[in-house]
Ligand binder design. Structure first.
Ligand code: B12
Ligand code: SF4
Length: 588
């Protein structure tokens, strides 16, 4: 095998239910970019391949044409079935091609995976240096497989598990991921966003999280190393939004300040772009001063781990945070004017009952009231990923695993665990109820959103950021029209025009004329509003074609009413309509 002619093929097959089809971001697996960058530097030809829906026949043809030397798949629990099938197909057509697997699932389930598919070798945990040695073995026979730490491999009928490899202490040793390696759709940052990871590992031991098993101590890249990657992306692609995906990104204040100040500079010198990051509330609580710096540097969404509205459940998860800490950090985010705070709650958790789910709903309601228009809440079903404490000892959490082999699960849309009080149907129903309640809570808070906040939700869509608040707001015809038009220079809100100049502006309705007898109705998402007969006339003439003066003249002629009185009455009406985003003003 030749290092250049017979390239290493790194494959990412997502598990898709179809809803991510348009989102290229899910097509790149960052670990593979790290591997590809290091292997290229070591002189190997590397091709990154990513597809949510690969056709097995086309895929085999693709491998044949590429004359690849070896193939490697990234693997999480959701993708293990597809990856195993693809690995078997490759071995069937190219029996001598080494097929490798890596990633969280096979790091834990190494033996089981090799027993159930024909792949040759698994790299456990971090892959860079291990992969380089494995490549040296297959391409140059420089090293014996027995001497490579961190692999589980097949020797005849035997499966051999070599000792673990130490985690990479200094991540700056690794080359900055070379985003130029991405081809085609993978590098289309007009429709997707890049993920950056600034550190690895996690010192916490949350019972449901794979990181508690696999990641080792938290190790950070230096600010300079991270900034090089940000600059690479901003200078070469028109990235509008970047996601920092490590959980404890903000842990080192000094590094955070350096990163924020570099991003701020870059935004000023190049163009504005926004970013997302995650934080644990206990870490954030001690570094609240960072929030305003992060906001100034373009932080759009801050994700914090919440998981439950029950302190006993948080304790069982070993989250080491309190409900008070969560509230405090959400309040601080509001004070720092963070555009959006994203939380996740888990349904079907330890000793789950209807009451506990209700407590979680109430807690989420409380947080939304603290941060209306900002707080977004995702939910997931508790999934017992291999390697986690919940997977090892479900009974300790009052839970029973229903489908240990994940055969009927689809990215968490199936209940994997039952509690003593709730079977899978109860949990499923409770989840739907939670989602309905959440929608109701958000709807009831809509009136507390400021116009600036709503405008920001609409503006953020230009950066590919569409929050659930945006989804609700934009499903209201009037609000959507109002803020879409407001983005155009010719249009203004009522309060933005000097009163004496109003006569020369044309009011334009944003809701369709909908009648109930002779009265018109504003069909708002929060409920229909019926206008009086007189108001309906005002609304009808507010078509964006006549100036305020012309409308007053027409109506005064028709009704015989004095122009001054009419004008005042109409101004009150327009003020009210503006507060409902039902009329916007146009200068012809
Ligand atoms: C970013 C991220 C996402 C992103 C992007 C995913 C993507 N395409 O990469 C999004 C938000 C889309 C996502 C979605 C999901 N994710 Co996710 N995600 C992560 C996260 C936070 C970072 C991944 C990453 O980039 N790591 C950095 C790189 C450097 O590390 P790495 O990926 O592990 O790669 C190294 C090794 O694994 C190895 N390696 C990697 N590939 C290969 C290939 C070969 C051949 C070899 C030999 C070695 C090797 O070498 C690499 C370099 O050292 C991880 C947690 C984590 N820290 O890894 C969770 C994680 C991978 N996600 C997880 C889960 C569960 C999900 C979801 C199912 C969540 C959900 N409820 O929907 C979905 C599934 C998506 C899908 N379509 O299948 C779990 C997986 C657990 C498991 N056993 O399956 C993790 C581990 C989180 C956790 N702590 O539990 N995720
Ligand atoms: S949930 Fe976050 S803090 Fe907890 S173990 Fe996982 S990565 Fe670490």
């Amino acid at each position: 095998m030749d290092k250049n002619t017979n390239k290493i093929l790194l494959i990412y097959i997502g598990y898709s239910t179809g809803d991510e089809k348009d989102s290229g971001t899910k097509n790149l697996q960052l670990g593979q970019l790290y591997l590809g960058t290091l292997l290229t530097k070591a002189g190997y030809g590397v091709k990154l391949y990513s597809d949510l829906f690969p056709d097995p026949d086309d895929f085999i043809e693709f491998i044949r044409e590429g004359n690849y030397g070896m193939a490697g798949f990234y693997c999480i629990t959701n993708t293990i079935y597809r990856v195993s099938a693809m690995a078997d197909t490759i071995k069937e057509h190219f029996p001598s091609m080494p097929v490798l697997l890596g990633g969280p699932h096979v790091t834990v389930m190494d033996r089981e995976t090799l027993e159930n598919c024909r792949a040759d070798l698994i790299i456990r945990h971090e892959g860079e240096y291990t992969f380089r040695e494995v490549a040296e073995y297959f391409y140059e026979k420089k090293i014996s497989l027995h001497d490579i730490k961190g692999i589980t491999w097949r020797k005849g009928d035997e499966i051999i598990r070599n000792p673990d490899r130490e985690f990479i202490k200094n991540l700056d040793e690794l080359p900055v991921p070379d985003w130029h390696m991405l081809e085609g759709d993978m590098a289309d940052f007009n429709h997707s966003y890049p993920n950056i990871i600034t550190g690895r590992g996690c010192p916490f031991k949350c019972a449901f999280c794979y990181e508690s098993f696999g990641g080792g101590e938290y190790r950070m890249r230096s600010a300079g190393h991270v900034i090089k990657e940000i600059e690479l992306l901003v200078n070469n692609w028109n990235v509008k939004y970047i996601k920092f995906v490590d959980d404890i990104f903000i842990v080192n204040s000094e590094r955070m300040e350096q990163i924020c100040s570099a991003i701020k500079d870059l935004r000023e010198k190049k163009y504005p772009f926004y970013w997302f990051c995650e934080a644990r509330v206990d870490i954030l609580e001690k570094r609240l001063h960072l929030l305003s710096k992060m906001r100034e540097a373009g932080l759009a969404i801050l994700q914090i781990g919440v998981e439950s509205g029950n302190q006993d459940i948080l304790d069982l998860y070993n989250k080491k945070i309190t409900l008070e800490q969560i509230e405090k950090t959400v309040k601080a985010c509001v004070e720092a004017d963070i555009f959006s705070v994203s939380i996740n709650v888990i349904i079907g958790g330890p000793f789950e009952t209807e009451e506990k789910i209700k407590n979680t709903t109430d807690f989420v309601r409380k947080l939304i009231k603290i941060a209306p228009g900002r707080l977004i809440c995702n939910n997931s079903l508790l999934t017992p990923y291999p390697g986690t404490l919940i997977h090892k000892e479900p009974e300790r959490f009052g839970l029973k695993i229903i489908d240990p082999s994940f055969k009927d699960g689809q990215t968490e849309d199936v209940v994997f665990m039952e509690s003593e009080k709730m079977n899978k149907y109860d949990i499923h129903k409770a989840r739907l109820r939670f989602e309905r309640d959440l929608y109701g809570i958000m709807l009831s808070e809509l009136e507390n959103l400021t116009a600036e906040q709503i405008e920001e939700h609409f503006n953020m869509t230009c950066y590919g950021i569409k929050t659930p608040w945006y989804s609700i707001l934009s499903s209201d015809k009037g609000i959507k029209t109002y803020f879409n038009l407001k983005d155009i220079k010719l249009y203004r809100g009522y309060g933005e025009i000097e009163e004496e100049k109003l006569d020369d502006w044309c009011p334009q309705r944003t809701y369709s004329m909908e009648y109930s007898n002779s009265q018109s109705v504003l069909d708002r998402i929060t409920g229909k509003i019926k206008l009086s007969e007189e108001e309906s006339k005002f609304y009808k003439y507010s078509s964006g074609k006549l100036t305020f003066r012309e409308i007053v003249n027409i109506l005064s002629e028709k009704t015989g009413e004095g122009k001054k009185e009419l004008r005042e009455k109409m101004m009150d009406f327009y003020k009210r309509m503006d507060s409902l985003y039902a009329i916007i003003w146009l200068r012809l």
